[in-house]
Design a protein around this ligand. Structure first.
Ligand code: NAD
Ligand code: UDP
Length: 339
């Protein structure tokens, strides 16, 4: 069976992907410095699957640590989640973001090259479609960024393109996630944000459980169905399964390639639609107030998910209701996250 190195595997999407990898009998090795996660997530992954993970509490900026991992294990492919991801914070500490995300990825690519491991699945984001394109987004649209976090994704995609063009023994899948939400059905793993959440779903969930008083809906005058912003929410387990499909394609194809895929449902939901779906799933009231738009927010963002379906045989199956139910199950079972 194949051995997969998962960078950032203790995090939200990484831990859900580890579950799906183990369920499919991949050997899993995780490197994570736990800057935005807890080792407990990996204990829970073991509990869900009954299988073990080799864990290195190390930084991807540490080339010696990476070299040792590549020396000590025969790694078939890398899934690269490790990175800092808060848009607002990236405008406060851009150099930290550039160093961690860009330098970290360069060091990882160098270690892979040295170890002759050329199969890579990379976590990109719908943020690379920037402000100029109109939804639904297709993978061939021009990329741009409006903040340092987004720029790290645009730049890493370019690094990967250049790397592939220089040595086409690389085999690279770039996955552009839309809005990952929800939690594993078991309620044992989920999103565990530090402090007050920036993102809609964890915020709504904390209002429902009574930790936060009310939701601020950022903008009620967008040209959308009810005036609130529209996004393509995708269940984190569907997203995790997209990584398995990407690995399978890399392993099965006779010619190497670099391809980008949107991982979204192809449908948009407004903020108020999410609030209503969550109300139903939790049977709790979710008080909200419509306030000014959040600077930098788009009115509408959703995927054309056709390429992933055609080339990876992947599509999202879970509904907004599933996403809200599973978030609520995780929230009520773990009111303080992993702490
Ligand atoms: P997360 O913060 O939960 O996971 C990232 C993990 O990487 C964390 O466990 C963190 O401790 C680790 N990490 C960060 N820097 C590291 C370093 N230098 N060395 C080792 N480990 C390091 O975030 P997530 O939501 O699971 O996101 C995973 C990836 O997906 C990120 O690259 C993120 O940018 C991307 N992404 C996330 C979203 C989203 O909304 N969650 C959307 C699009 C793309
Ligand atoms: N949003 C909101 N209140 C919040 C957080 C988010 O109204 O407290 C809105 C936001 O304006 C956007 C949608 O919810 O329209 C999704 O925002 P999120 O931050 O979750 O994702 P992203 O901005 O990355 O799409």
């Amino acid at each position: 069976m194949q051995t997969i190195l998962v960078t950032g595997g203790a995090g939200y999407i990484g831990s859900h992907t580890c579950v799906e990898l183990l369920e499919k009998n991949y050997e899993v090795i995780v490197i994570d410095n736990l800057i935005n996660s807890s080792k407990e997530s990996l204990n829970r992954v073991k509990k869900i699957t009954g299988k073990s993970i080799t864990f290195y509490e190390k930084d991807i900026l540490d080339k010696d640590a990476l070299d040792k991992i590549f020396n000590d294990h025969k790694i078939d492919a890398v899934i690269h989640f490790a990175g800092l991801k808060a848009v607002g914070e990236s405008t406060q500490i851009p150099l930290t973001y550039y160093h961690n995300n860009l330098t970290g990825t360069l060091i990882l690519l160098q270690a892979m090259q040295q170890a002759s491991v050329f199969n890579l699945v990379f976590s990109s984001s719908a943020t690379v479609y920037g402000e100029v394109n109109q939804a639904p987004y297709t993978e061939d649209m021009p990329l741009s960024a409006t903040n340092p976090y987004g720029l790290t994704k645009v730049m890493i995609e370019q690094f990967l393109q250049d790397t592939y063009e220089s040595h086409n023994y690389w085999n690279i899948s770039i996955l552009r996630y839309f809005n990952p939400v929800g939690a594993h059905k078991s309620g044992l793993i989920g999103e565990d944000p530090n402090g007050i959440p920036n993102n809609l779903m964890p915020y709504v969930s904390q209002v429902a459980v009574g930790k936060l008083k009310q939701l601020k809906v950022f903008g009620g005058d967008y040209p959308t169905i009810d005036g609130t912003g529209v996004r393509d929410y995708i269940h984190v387990t569907d997203l995790a399964l997209g990584h398995i499909k990407a690995l399978e394609k890399i392993a099965s194809q006779t010619q190497t390639s670099i391809e980008a895929y949107n991982l979204g449902t192809g449908n948009g939901s407004s903020v108020l639609e999410v609030v209503n779906a969550f109300k139903e799933a939790s049977s709790k009231d979710i008080p909200y107030d419509i306030v000014d738009r959040r600077p930098g927010d788009l009115a509408i963002a959703y995927a054309n998910a056709g390429k992933a379906k055609a080339q990876l045989g992947w599509e999202a199956n879970q509904t907004l209701k599933d996403m809200c139910q599973d978030t609520w199950n995780w929230q009520t079972n773990n009111p303080n996250g992993y702490r």
